[in-house]
Design a protein around this ligand. Sequence first.
Ligand code: UDX
Length: 440
Amino acid sequence: MKITVVGTGYVGLVTGACLAQVGNHVLCIDVDARKVEQLSAGIVPIHEPGLPAIVQEGMAGDRLRFGTNIAAGVAHGDYLFIAVGTPPDEDGSADLRHVLAAAEAIGQHLDRYCVIINKSTVPVGTAQLVRQRIAAALQGRGVDIPFDVVSNPEFLKEGAAVEDFMKPDRIIIGADHPAAAERMRALYAPFNRNHDRLIVMDPPSAELSKYAANVMLATKISLMNELAGLAERMGADIEQVRRGIGADPRIGYAFIYPGCGYGGSCFPKDVRALEYSARQAGYAAPLLAAVEEVNNRQKRVLERKVVAELGEDLSPYTVALWGLSFKPNTDDMREAPSRVLLEGLWARGAQVRAYDPAAGAEARRIYGERADLQICEDPYAALEGADALVICTEWQLFRSPDFDRIRARLRRPLIVDGRNLYDPQAVRAAGFRYHAIGRP
Ligand code: UDX
């Protein structure tokens, strides 16, 4: 099949590369000429396991190409994916400018029936807006060309995006009529072999499903983090509580890990965007506001624990930080708890020595050269002369460290663990003061 993907960001690139991997001919379009040049040279600008290999394979097989010309994109694909960014506006609403510009451009160049697929995370009603935009452009040209607009939200996790695309647990198709849904079924057939994972619904329900999934997961995390705070104050251990409640299949073990708050490009943005949509609809959504508020508080919990040990003024101290990315296996620091911690520590005068297996360069890009930040190339080097080790991200590498080496490098034996990686008794037996999340 011939497929065009507009937008080579995270979602667009994974979508394009995976669709090419199963034999389709995919043209990915982006307005960023430099990025297109890079991609055309086989250079993948994001850190995503397995992605460079399938991009290069697709290109070598002549099934995957990149370009900047939207007219060529519309001419190529019978399926046109819109996978451009929807950055949040000041007020939290999703900015649809790029989505609507893509729709407009499609309307300007469409010359035969195509399925237009909304992949970007967009507010309920956007499929309708896209349809109107394309229809208006066609009308402006005085042509009458049939087309369908389908909503097909993505559920890719960073660090596992290729795997999630190749082996989806569900494929949501929001289509207005069965013929459009059938075309989507054909497109997704290679990813839908053993069980039927296609769930067809109307476009607004598909659009809301994406937000609903993310706010449901964010809510689980915030509730666990709130319970962790309670557990700490009541002498209970949230890790034991987690196992106790996860055993109930109605609750389940997934996404009930307490920590230093959720980050990333989806949860924070989507919770806020849905809150905004609720306000627009004149409907109170106090739970969404609370999920966000709890998360904001949680992102400060590590700083509070450091202050409880070292005092309000941290200017005499150096803090070692393990983990900068918002989660393991990515270099993404968008809305990462580490940023709130870093900025909080700096505001109190602390020096920070940080190590991350992937996000060091990203931290340098965000913060530039500054005297109070040292990015180290090795986890143990980050500990040299530090007064505490704080852990923000649960990279595998941090799970079983050499505690003797840690103690030998730290000025004081203090570990503040934002991901509950260790057995408190064992760490204390190794001679540390140890603070985790929700544990006595
Ligand atoms: C998420 C959704 O999982 C994905 O389906 C959607 O398409 C995009 O948003 P992602 O942002 O990549 O994916 O990361 P995810 O693995 O879901 O983690 C999000 C955040 O929640 C991370 O900061 C993580 O540390 C945190 N988290 C996750 C917890 O604090 N506790 C948990 O139990 C699970």
